[in-house]
Design a protein around this ligand. Structure first.
Ligand code: CDP
Ligand code: ZN
Length: 158
């Protein structure tokens, strides 16, 4: 059986925050704000995985009202998501994702993100694609007020 999943996430960018993205720390004058470490790409990937497995969404599995998840490393949430999908008998076929961010340019950080996230998900580097786009200076992303990410995933089950 194959199942498709789709995930989306957005976070506000704030000068006082660290910028965690794709499981690594990006050097920048601003970072993403949120209850956890606000890793927008990981959150989009988690929602895609949960959606494909019929396990609702990140807020349902890891409530942002829970002190357990305050400031948590999103890689820990991704690891728990992998346990949830494995328990249902699924393995990852592949993941494709896009980060929409005006600044900074992150293409040089993408190999590091792939290394970090494939290690957590225990998949090969050819199973995870991460792309980057600006929003051509339009809207909240163009004004550097926020970041979005999109992910699709294919899950396989014998
Ligand atoms: O050329 P096009 O309008 O499709 O894309 P763009 O938004 O201008 O981005 C051009 C290229 O810059 C992308 O293909 C990415 O490789 C890179 N990029 C990046 O490294 N970091 C970003 N925050 C946005 C884009
Ligand atoms: Zn998020």
């Amino acid at each position: 059986m194959i199942r498709i999943g789709f995930g989306f996430d957005t976070h506000k960018l704030d000068p006082v925050c660290e910028f965690w993205l794709g499981g690594i720390l990006i050097p920048h004058i601003k970072g993403a704000t949120g209850h956890s470490d606000a890793d927008t790409l990981i959150h989009a990937i988690i929602d895609a995985l949960l959606g494909a497995a019929g396990l609702r969404d990140i807020g349902n599995q890891f409530p942002d009202t829970s002190p357990e998840f305050k400031g948590i490393d999103s890689k820990a949430l991704l690891s728990r998501t992998m346990e949830l999908i494995s328990a249902k008998g699924y393995v990852i076929g592949n993941i494709d994702s896009t980060i929409v961010l005006q600044n900074p340019k992150i293409s040089g950080h993408i190999p590091g993100m792939i290394e970090a996230l494939t290690a957590v998900m225990k998949i090969g580097s050819d199973q995870l694609s991460i792309k980057a786009k600006t929003s051509e200076k339009l809207g909240f992303i163009g004004r550097e007020e926020g970041i979005s990410a999109y992910a699709t995933v294919l899950l396989l089950k014998e």
